[in-house]
Design a protein around this ligand. Sequence first.
Ligand code: ZN
Length: 193
Amino acid sequence: MDHEQVRLAVAGLLDALELDMPPEERELTSKRVADLWAELLSGVGEEPAALLRGGFSGGHQDLVALREIPFFSMCEHHLLPFFGKVSIAYLPGPSGQIAGASNLARVVSLVSRRLQIQERLTSEIAEAVMEGVSAAGVLVVAEGEHLCMTMKDHTDVGSKLLTTSVVGALRDDPDLRREAMSLLRRAEQEYMG
Ligand code: ZN
């Protein structure tokens, strides 16, 4: 990211909005925004699968799931936040390699720190897990609230966009997919109950 260009562009945006902002405030705000955006987009150009390589070789052959990982991302259509939770289920590959739970959460965080649409965020997480632990299959479910939608007219407050991405054996085998879905759902019911 070209920090100076972003700062100038934000200053230009403030000018164009004709807000009558004092020049000192305009300078401070444009610098703050550029600093913050550098952090919010720090996942650009990073390789999420790399966070999972060299994980545990547990020899595990059954489904593993981690649910309700929080995420915060920026919508590429409106440059406003969307946020919610991601649940991941995967079937280890022949090597039985598994991912550390905190590393899965780091994958979610890294992929979120880009300009995103929720559909792509979901599939990038699935691909990263597939590649990072050489999984046989992955199912990712994301649930997000989009401020570009809820702030605009307040009629959609609380409504959530649900997206899924299914790859490998979980896509090919309906029984396995159902098992993974019910694993996530059962966990959700226990949580709700
Ligand atoms: Zn949007």
